[in-house]
Design a protein around this ligand. Structure first.
Ligand code: BGC
Length: 548
């Protein structure tokens, strides 16, 4: 273990448990740093920028997929799970990146997309060739209804039916996303075994964990029953935009099947064969997201943590909303372990989505650092980047092209990272990038913020350091969550300390009622009324109880 790691994990946390309360920095490889001047980010580009990531004080990186892929969904359509796509580099580049990350005290989490492959994967090519080949049953094939229509009403998130006709097999196959992302048939144990072998391949290569794409989509109802509708007034756009008819169905049969639990146990047992590895499962379900999160993270033989959508879509996280989310979580999953994020490569950046001022962005990240759970930060949020405007002609994301103009897709959060204000392409690389650099983003580049002690970037470092050095914030129990107007308060408690946290998530001065006792500031937003009597707009106070 390096010194850096030791200082990051509080004394009461074990080496195995580094992920609990850990902070993960998400890298979207196409858009982080382009080392070879082809306009697309790559692994050597990431390696070169790892000292910057380490300087933030995070525990780990999660890198979105870099496997061989026809890139129809920009890497979430894998055609070879055991190799790197040449646009990103080679396996040797991957190994070099992992060893540099480890040297810097950063864990490496990779993004395993096991629910579906690309239609260019040899397994699918074989599967679609006939009804009786070795892989015939590796994907979800079904006959048409007598009138030729798809087997049931299941919808694809990316638009239209979830079934695609295949003229060779004269059958439909299931795809929850693009038609070029056929769904695996997890009911077939040989499929499970093959995918577990993929996980083992990367564990053997030294990765510290997985971000597991769409884990509640692994299994489908073997009887292929149609999903019931969601009543109009109960539709919820937490995982798909409101313009998407996917929200009209309750996906009780197309995903989140009970058989998944046994598979997740197999995956966990495999990762437990290795030291200090972690599984972070992405759970997307508009009706039962937190319930499933609880189910999948209960006990110690399933996922270590699940990635929650609560703060990723929809309106600003107000104080009452935060209370509501944690109350629902406590009900669904008293010992479940969430991983929170405000932004990622799939949603509008929260700086724009919540229309944040600089002060508000500070208070929100401090709040995330104080709440119970692990946290994922998305590249560029530490610079306060908002959603970039991408013209229709520059769109790359098939999801955006399908639902334009009501939903513009995910390109606006995937534009290149900005390193140097004055350089062409903001220091991303030497060639025109695959998505344009936002001129506004260039003004917020890393070099400019490094030189300005008041910049948001330095605040992110300080907020991260506050969590890393405060055992109660990282891994303590959480109690007394309360919203009074815009003020959110709660207490975190570990064996050695009690910390009271208060956030004014609004534009008005607010009174603050600190529980009785003597409290010392751990961190207060500059200018707050000593952090104890009141909070100005968007101010916060993190206070430690004297004497533990
Ligand atoms: C990923 C998306 C991807 C989808 C299909 C998601 O949840 O985050 O980027 O398009 O899974 O793999």
């Amino acid at each position: 273990m390096t010194t850096l790691e030791m200082t990051k994990t509080p004394a009461t946390q074990t080496h195995q448990d580094w992920w609990r309360g850990g902070i993960v920095y998400q890298i979207y490889p196409r858009s982080f740093a382009d080392s070879n001047g082809d306009g697309i980010g790559d692994l050597p580009g990431i390696t070169g920028r790892l000292p910057y990531v380490a300087s933030l004080g995070v525990d780990a990186i999660w890198i979105s997929p870099f496997f061989k892929s026809p890139m129809k969904d920009f890497g979430y359509d894998v055609s070879d799970y055991r190799d790197i796509d040449p646009i990103f580099g080679s396996l040797a580049d991957f190994d070099a990146m992992v060893s540099e990350a480890h040297r810097l005290g950063l864990k490496v989490m990779i993004d395993l997309v096991l629910s579906h492959s690309s239609d260019q994967h040899p397994w699918f090519k074989e599967s679609r060739a006939s009804h009786d080949n070795d892989k015939a049953d590796w994907y979800v094939w079904a006959d048409p209804q007598p009138d030729g229509t798809p087997p049931n009403n299941w919808l694809s998130i990316f638009g239209g039916s979830a079934w695609q006709w295949d003229s060779t097999r004269q059958q439909y196959y299931l795809h929850n996303f693009l038609a070029s992302q056929p769904d695996f048939n997890f009911h077939n144990v040989a499929v499970q075994d093959a995918l577990l072998d993929v996980a083992r391949f990367w564990l053997d290569r030294g990765v510290d964990g997985f971000r597991l794409d769409t884990i509640n989509f692994y299994f489908h109802d073997a009887r292929l029953r149609s999903n019931p509708p969601v009543p109009k007034d109960q539709r919820n756009s937490s995982i798909a935009p409101s313009v998407n008819p996917y929200n009209h169905q309750d996906h009780v049969y197309s995903k989140s099947q009970p058989e998944n639990i046994a598979f997740l146990k197999r995956l966990r047992a495999l990762t437990d064969e290795y030291e200090a590895r972690t599984c972070l499962g992405e759970v997307g379900d508009a009706q039962r997201g937190l319930e499933i999160l609880g189910q999948y993270t209960a006990g110690d033989d399933l996922m270590h943590m699940c990635y929650a959508f609560e703060f990723l879509t929809g309106p600003r996280a107000t104080a009452p909303f935060v209370v509501e989310v944690f109350e629902a979580l406590a009900k669904a999953a008293p010992d479940g372990w969430p991983c929170w994020a405000f932004s990622n490569h799939d949603v509008e950046r929260h700086q724009s989505r919540w229309n944040l001022t600089d002060d508000a962005a500070r208070t929100y990240v401090m709040m995330m650092m104080a709440l119970r759970g692990s946290a994922c930060l998305y590249q560029g949020e530490e610079l306060g980047l908002g959603e970039a405007d991408v013209a229709f002609e520059d769109l790359q994301d098939p999801y955006g092209i399908e639902f334009w103009p009501k939903f513009k897709g995910r390109d606006g959060c995937r534009t290149p990272m900005v390193w140097e204000t004055q350089s062409e392409f903001a220091g991303f690389g030497s060639a025109k990038p695959w998505l344009p650099v936002s001129p506004q983003h260039a003004q917020q580049a890393v070099d400019r913020q490094e030189a300005d002690p008041n910049a948001l970037l330095h605040f992110y470092r300080a907020a991260i350091a506050c969590r890393q050095s405060t055992e109660a914030l990282r891994s303590g129990e959480q109690s007394g969550l309360n919203a009074k107007g815009d003020v959110l308060t709660f207490t975190r408690q570990s064996p050695s300390e009690t910390v009271f946290c208060a956030f004014n998530l609004g534009d008005q001065d607010a009174r603050l009622e600190v529980p009785s006792g003597t409290w010392e500031p751990v961190k207060t937003a500059a200018g707050s009324v000593n952090g104890q009597d009141g909070l100005g707009p968007w101010q916060f106070a993190i206070l430690r109880k004297a004497g533990g």
